[in-house]
Write a protein that binds this ligand. Structure first.
Ligand SMILES: Nc1ncnc2c1ncn2[C@@H]1O[C@H](COP(=O)(O)OP(=O)(O)OP(=O)(O)O)[C@@H](O)[C@H]1O
Ligand SMILES: [Mg+2]
Length: 353
């Protein structure tokens, strides 16, 4: 319990040495930073270092891990109309790809996916910026950052784009910066509503940061309000996590039509990169829902599903991504596989195992 201050030697900049909390374990799955493809730029010192972030760990939960086998049976699907969704185009050279993780249904593992995919890519050498657009501020917690002590965050990014550079904070993972959301984001939709260009505020805020990262990953709130619309307008593509439970498909038609509408009216680049099956368990119901999602989004579902795993649920209480907390757990392995699959989709090189 209690506050864990960031050590003094972290204060210096965007590539802090790992703290004991984040020290790579000898058993970690990745080699040291390697690659990358065409988009990786070395020695880029043209913007100031990201701000150091105050770290906090509240409670460290640990529970018995239940082993769930990865199932290959997906059950019978009801006949459904496939939802037609455009695929995203490749990223223009020389700037970050912007990807929004979105599903207006709550608790489907959006934030868990953002944190763990971002961390996996960052340790492979991809320069990643996570932008939390949810006033719950779960991304900061997941990285062990005390958001109550952060002054410049996503609100700054959207309302004062000239200050975007100061809103970045270093995390305990090398190559990974975070723009923190917190309660300051509550009410921003009402503030924006009377402003011109209200759907493009996030895109404008990110503009100055694009040359300095390879990937900008945006976490969204469980709603399709103006903040989520801003994220879609700023993005090259979306990733949609779907929990393989009953009700999962309700709302996906609305999400699909929102994506199509934004592509038509506000952002012709926008497309879908992947649909993820999350918190999957080997039950008949989970299998049936997975089969329905496959029929609804032909060719977009990434296999295998992410299994329900207690290590993933407890990792945020340690303020660490899963590759540090429990890389060998089912959750660690599933997010490793997913991250490698997404690296290919996004055009970053993946080291062969
Ligand atoms: N594969 C998994 N196995 C077990 N628990 C998981 C898994 N994925 C996520 N969780 C847990 O489920 C809860 C919801 O996940 P998460 O916060 O990532 O969802 P979300 O979509 O971001 O939610 P919200 O809509 O509120 O932002 C969290 O407590 C998280 O730790
Ligand atoms: Mg979330």
């Amino acid at each position: 319990m209690g506050l864990m201050e960031r050590p003094a030697e972290w204060q210096g900049g965007s590539k802090p040495p790992p703290t004991p909390n984040f020290a790579p374990s000898p058993s970690r799955v990745f080699e040291p930073p390697l690659l990358l493809g065409a988009m990786m730029r070395d020695g880029d010192n043209s913007i100031p270092d990201a701000q150091p972030a105050p770290m906090v760990i509240d409670v460290e939960f640990e529970e018995q891990e239940v082993q769930i086998p990865q199932s290959t049976e997906f059950g019978q699907a009801e006949i459904r109309e496939p939802l037609d969704l455009p695929r995203a185009a490749p990223t223009p050279d020389g700037r970050a790809r912007i990807v929004t993780v979105i599903n207006q249904k709550g608790g489907v593992a959006k934030t868990t996916t953002v944190i763990n995919v971002a961390a996996h890519l960052a340790i492979q050498g991809v320069k990643v910026l996570v932008v939390d657009c949810d006033s719950q501020g779960n991304c900061a917690t997941g990285f062990g950052i005390d958001k109550s002590r952060i002054r410049y965050g996503t609100r700054t990014l959207m309302l004062a784009p000239e200050d975007a550079i100061r809103a970045r904070h270093a995390t305990g993972v090398e190559n990974l910066h975070l723009i923190v959301a917190d309660r300051q984001l509550v009410g921003i939709e009402e503030e924006l509503i009377s402003q011109l260009g209200r759907e493009r505020r996030l895109a404008e805020g990110l503009e100055a940061l694009l040359p300095h990262y390879d990937l900008i990953l945006i976490d969204t709130p469980p709603s399709l309000g103006l903040v989520s619309i801003n994220a879609l307008v700023a993005s090259d593509s979306v990733v949609i996590p779907v929990q393989t439970e009953y009700f999962a498909l309700e709302g996906l038609a609305l999400l699909a039509s929102t994506i199509r509408e934004i592509r038509h009216r506000l952002n012709p680049r926008l497309g879908v990169d992947a649909v993820l099956l999350t918190m999957h368990a080997p039950t008949l119901l989970n299998g049936q829902v997975a089969a329905q999602v496959r029929e609804t989004f032909p060719d977009l579902v990434v296999d295998p599903p992410i299994r329900r795993n207690i290590r993933l649920a407890e990792a945020p209480s340690h303020g660490t991504p899963i590759h540090i907390h429990a890389p060998k757990s089912a959750g660690g392995q599933d997010y490793l596989n997913l991250s490698n699959a997404l690296m290919k989709v996004w055009g970053f090189g993946v080291k062969d195992e």
